[in-house]
Write a protein that binds this ligand. Sequence first.
Ligand code: COA
Ligand code: AMP
Length: 634
Amino acid sequence: MSYNTEYQASINDPEAFWRKKATDLPWFKAPEQILSEDDNGIARWFADGEMNTCYMALDYHVEQGRGDQTAIIYDSPVTSTKQKITYHDLLEKVAHFAGLMQSHGVGKGDRVVIYMPMIAEAVIAMLASARIGAIHSVVFGGFSAHELAVRIDDAQPTLLITASCGIEINRTIEYKPMVDEAIRLASHKLDKVILLQRKQCLASMQEGRDIDWASAVCKAPRADCVSVKGTDPLYILYTSGTTGKPKGVVRDNGGHAVALKYSMSAVYNMQQGDVFWAASDVGWVVGHSYIVYAPLLHGCTSIVYEGKPVRTPDAGAFWRVIEEYKVNAIFAAPTAFRAIRKEDPEASLLANYDLSSLHSIFMAGERLDPPTYEWTKQKTAKPVIDHWWQTETGWAIASNLVGIEKLETKPGSATKPVPGFHVQILDNNGKPLPANTQGSIAIKLPLPPSCLASIWGDFDRFASGYLTEYPGYYCSGDGGYIDEDGYLFVMGRTDDVINVAGHRLSTGEMEEILAAHDAVAECSVIGVYDSLKGQVPVGLALLKDGATISEAELQNELVAMVRKEIGAVACLKQTIVVPRLPKTRSGKILRKLLRQIAENQDFITPSTIDDPSSVDEIKAIMQSNGLVKEQAEA
Ligand code: COA
Ligand code: AMP
């Protein structure tokens, strides 16, 4: 099968293409309606199919005689723990935990917020939620109480599931005080919390509200799978948009299962029984799709790794895990390999390990810079595959589809569109651009299975954020170009979203926090180049008349505010006081221009600018503070 044949089939007749792919999964009732439209006029997949994602991921494999195969391997260098859980045992744990959830009133369509570190119980909680038709919303452990409260208010959960702590390098993060604070801050009343006590830290329990996981689950009955429709939501995952309010991406059960199952063979070239390792976190979309759902839907073994690429204990951590569990494919963010390279530039630790099981290294989450690509490829002697992704899609939009036909790679390119994604480059007026011309990356509708069909509780936000800019297309928010051979180059966001160490963050949200400081009159937060994390946020602040605070003091306070409001993961460490910011005559800060200066890109000063001299002034300030990417890096 050639890539072109497969891709063209998906574009020429999407319905026939996905009808066939859907037959690879065990439905309770196979879908007959493959592609339909909902009341909002949005394409929906497999609307009348009946199924259960947990059944497809666990029960089915046990029924097929694969119960003794390892489903997940929990490897935690930070707690010195290693554990293998078979499909049979995982199913039993999930079924009883699902029973516990049901006994506390959680039913089909109810929301369950999960705030947990990278432990097997996080996977159990997610699958248990899927089993009873509930909708989970996992919140990344690096987010603050405030962020958790925002998500609680938006999702309105019946239950919250957490653990007493997470463990970072040399530091234990107590989760429970954050959960208590988030529940206090939220307007939505949450009166049930299931708490997993970890031995690294015992959390206090609130009488009448908190339920101890370990003691309650032993008494819980086993829950059966609840049948849901293909279009019923499996989860909500909040992601950063351009404002302070995160967007709840809603994922359907049916399209998600079909796309992920297909991706395991087409994108990742994985067979049943293989070992897949997504070195991410269940709090991110990569973790949802490739730590939890896809490997299990495909009957693979998935690794749940509670550690970092470096310092747990050293830069050989990835190589150790690959050798120990005979990993066939790894998926991680480029920043992880930059971190390894920084600590072990010659990859000398690699000599201690056998990577012969590994067939490919997949990277995504941020742009894979050519030096990191070359270094990883050269040191490991393995194919390195860049693929482009978004929370909104739940799987790769562009990749080198090694399971179909391995194409030549081009450094800096995510190769070609994945079947189902009709990718085009558009100009500001929505007209397709010729090869090698940069513009907005858009996807012609309908989007393939797994992609969002709404933002939780806010269809208008979905329509205005993604569909109205270019009618007939989904606007990705990324810019880039397609070359003469059809290769896609994703160059970066065209909005107020930045990628910090593979973590998606909103500069707009940080601006709202900075602007709340008493001394700040106006501000802008931009993403600047960072050799390890790809980008880091830096604040540019204009002081109110009469403000006497020193620049250093202001920085300390702003950094602390962002850390408290968003969490440590925001990584805002630097702010600079500026005499003014470039603005339009109507007073709008020219954020795009600031981004372009930081990226060292050519820019055209808009004719609407209030004072053209403000551009040279801010450029000089940014240059003198090292905020402009060097040419070699640009
Ligand atoms: N819970 C609590 N805090 C967390 C956290 C979590 N799950 N994850 C990160 N943090 C904290 C870190 O401890 C750090 O705190 P500090 O400022 O007090 O040191 C802060 O958030 C920033 O974290 P990070 O940006 O990850 O920096 P780091 O120096 O701890 O680690 C890397 C750097 C490159 C090793 C790490 O970012 C990494 O492994 N990145 C890969 C990212 C990834 O997998 N992304 C998923 C998309 S595929
Ligand atoms: P997230 O929703 O957290 O997965 O982040 C999605 C964003 O990460 C995209 O919109 C891109 O900006 C960026 N991204 C992900 N993968 C890649 C890639 N392979 N190349 C360039 N950017 C990427």
